[in-house]
Design a protein around this ligand. Structure first.
Ligand code: SF4
Length: 315
C-alpha cells in the first residue's frame, strides 16, 4: 500500500539515493502541477516529501508547500556528497562511493556523536567486488566501535546501515512503486527519481517486458497511477528477498533492473553489501548484549553473503 509521495520540485532537485541526478538545467515544477500533486497526496492519505533544489523558491511556492504536513529533503534532511567536517542537522544523508566510504571511515565515525540519524547511501554498488569484502567489513567495525561507545554513554545515534537492523523484525526496504511513489516536475509518476533521470537522459537499454523505450513514467496526475504489473514489485514475488533477513537492505529496484534486467531480482553486489552490514549489526548486537543491554531481536549467525547461494542449493 502506498504511504509516501515524493515531489521533485525541480529537475535539479538533490539526488538522495544511489542514482546521481544528471540533470543540470533548472525546471521548476509549475505551481498548478504542485497543487495537483499535493491534492493527490491528500486524497490518497500519503506522507509528502518535497525534494529541494539548491536555490530558494518564491513565496507562492513556499506557501503551497506549507499547506500540508511534509518532510523537506535537501533542507530538513541534509544531503552530503562528501564527508563534512561537522553536521548540524539532526538527520542527514551521506552519499559516497564505496572507496570513499572505506577511505573516510574515521571521518564518518567522528560525525556519529553529532547527529540523531545518518543515512549512508553508496552510489556505486554495481562496482563492488568480492575482493573489497574485507575492507568494507573493517570500515563497519570502525563505526561499530563508536556506536558501542555512544550507546554506553547514553547516546543512541542511528546509522542506517548498522543500527536499523537492530530494531527490524521484517523487511523495511526502499519500497519504490510499492510504498513510495514520485511525482516529477512534468506532472508524471515514476517509481523513483532514477527512472525519471533515465527517461530525461534517453536511457532506454534497461529493457523489461513491458516498456522497452525511454518512457519510464507510471501514470500522471491527470489520469492517475498506472503501474504495470504492480505485484512484481512486492516482496512475495521476489524469490531471493523473501527468504532473506537482511531487513535493512534497500532492495533497490532501479539497481536490480540495471544489473540483472529484472526489477525484482537483486544483484550479487547488493546482496553481499547488505549481508556484510547485517552481520556487522549482529556483532554490534552481541557487544551490546555483553555490555548489559537487553536484546529482543536476536540476529542469527549465517554462513552465506548472498541468498542466491542458499536458493540454488534448495532448487
Ligand atoms: S540482501 Fe539481497 S536478497 Fe536480501 S533483501 Fe537485499 S537484495 Fe533482497
Amino acid at each position: 500500500m502506498l504511504q509516501y509521495l515524493s515531489i521533485l520540485l525541480d529537475d535539479t532537485s538533490v539526488a538522495y539515493c544511489h542514482a546521481d541526478n544528471p540533470l543540470t538545467e533548472r525546471y521548476l515544477i509549475p505551481l498548478e502541477t504542485l497543487r495537483k500533486a499535493i491534492l493527490f497526496g491528500m486524497k490518497e492519505n500519503l506522507m509528502i516529501q518535497y525534494v529541494y533544489p539548491d536555490y530558494e523558491l518564491q513565496e507562492e511556492y513556499n506557501a503551497l508547500i506549507e499547506s500540508i504536513d511534509h518532510v523537506k529533503i535537501g533542507r530538513d534532511v541534509v544531503v552530503y556528497n562528501e564527508v563534512p567536517k561537522k553536521i548540524t542537522a539532526e538527520n542527514a544523508v551521506l552519499r559516497l562511493s564505496i572507496a570513499d566510504f572505506i577511505a573516510k571511515q574515521y571521518d564518518i565515525a567522528v560525525l556519529l556523536p553529532q547527529i540523531a540519524r545518518l543515512n549512508i547511501c553508496l552510489t556505486d554498488i554495481e562496482t563492488f567486488k568480492d575482493e573489497q569484502i574485507e575492507e568494507y567489513q573493517k570500515a563497519l567495525t570502525t563505526l561499530n566501535t563508536v556506536l558501542l561507545d555512544q550507546y554506553k554513554s547514553g547516546n543512541r545515534p542511528q546509522l542506517s546501515i548498522l543500527t536499523d537492523r537492530l530494531q527490524l523484525k521484517e523487511m523495511h526496504n526502499c519500497g519504490a512503486g510499492d510504498t513510495n511513489i514520485i511525482v516529477a516536475p512534468n506532472g508524471k509518476f515514476y517509481l523513483c527519481p532514477a527512472f525519471y533521470y533515465d527517461e530525461q537522459t534517453g536511457i532506454n537499454n534497461r529493457l523489461n517486458h513491458h516498456n522497452p523505450t525511454s518512457e519510464r513514467s507510471v501514470g500522471d496526475l491527470e489520469n492517475g497511477l498506472q503501474i504495470p504489473n504492480p505485484q512484481l514489485l512486492k516482496l512475495d514475488r521476489a524469490p531471493l528477498c523473501r527468504i532473506c533477513d537482511a531487513y535493512q537492505c534497500n532492495r533497490c529496484i532501479w539497481l536490480n533492473q540495471k544489473l540483472t534486467w529484472d526489477i525484482n531480482t537483486p544483484s550479487h553486489q547488493q546482496c553481499v553489501i547488505a549481508h556484510l552490514e547485517r552481520n556487522a549489526t549482529r556483532d554490534l548486537q552481541r557487544k551490546l548484549f555483553d555490555a548489559g543491554f537487553a536484546i529482543e531481536n536476536e540476529i542469527k549467525e549465517i554462513t552465506y553473503l548472498d541468498p542466491f547461494d542458499v536458493r540454488k542449493n534448495i532448487n
